[in-house]
Design a protein around this ligand. Structure first.
Ligand code: ADE
Length: 222
């Protein structure tokens, strides 16, 4: 799979994604990451990408030309082009799983007040939001989406099964609580059932904990 991230700040994305699990998946060729600077598709000395909105109002709007030229360059028949925007459909685990099936994902980072509507309508296959808040910069949202997608690719987590039982995995349940050594930390003990070696009882306890957590924290998931 290849993911191209088009933004005005490619170094934000490169810095965040070259570390840890995603950085390793990139180095091992599980994913190919490509960081594209939208300013490379401008033709004036100041590399202008934005302008004031017609009709007045505050803020700046990304001009259509660099976006059209950029996508003319990057897009192939296999590409899926996604605009990062607070007005998009909510991004979630199901959408992350869906994106893993794409051969070539192109994430476009909006900026300032947004992008020219003609570029949005003509160029984007879909628009996603990572939450109901406004970031200064779609680059961070693109990193979130890339991280959530790449860690699901076979081999990215080392052990293929390890994303199955986590929150928003195959069932709409949050994760159970985890414990490691020591058994007793300042009087707080690991639940006895986890020390019992009885795998059936452990599985039943974990499922119960997942249900209790989901009911108390995220009843909307049930
Ligand atoms: N750009 C600015 N805010 C955003 C959000 N919440 N989701 C995706 N892209 C964004």
């Amino acid at each position: 799979m290849q993911i191209d991230i088009v933004s005005l700040f490619p170094s934000i994305c490169q810095g965040a994604l070259q570390e840890s699990v995603i950085g390793r998946a990139w180095k091992e060729g599980i994913v190919k990451l490509n960081f594209v600077d939208l300013r490379d598709y401008t033709h004036d000395a100041r590399k202008t990408v934005d302008d004031t909105p017609y009709g007045g109002g505050v803020g700046m709007v990304l001009r259509p030309e660099p976006l059209f030229e950029c996508l003319a360059d990057l897009r192939t028949a296999k590409s899926h082009v996604v605009l990062m925007s607070p007005q998009g459909k909510p991004f979630n685990q199901a959408k992350a799983r869906e994106f893993t099936k794409c051969k070539h994902l192109i994430l476009i980072c909006g900026h300032y007040e947004g992008i020219d509507e003609r570029a949005r309508q003509c160029l984007m296959d879909e628009e996603v939001s990572i939450g109901d808040y406004v970031l200064t910069n779609g680059a961070i949202a693109a990193c979130v989406v890339t991280d959530a997608v790449v860690r699901l690719l076979p081999g990215a987590l080392g052990k293929d099964a390890s994303s199955d039982e986590e929150s928003f995995g195959n069932e709409p349940l949050l994760e159970y609580p985890h414990f490691t050594r020591p058994v007793n930390y300042k009087g707080m003990r690991v639940p006895e059932v986890l020390l019992s070696g009885n795998h059936q009882e452990i599985a039943a306890w974990r499922l119960e904990q997942r249900i209790l957590r989901t009911v108390s924290r995220r009843p909307d998931l049930l």
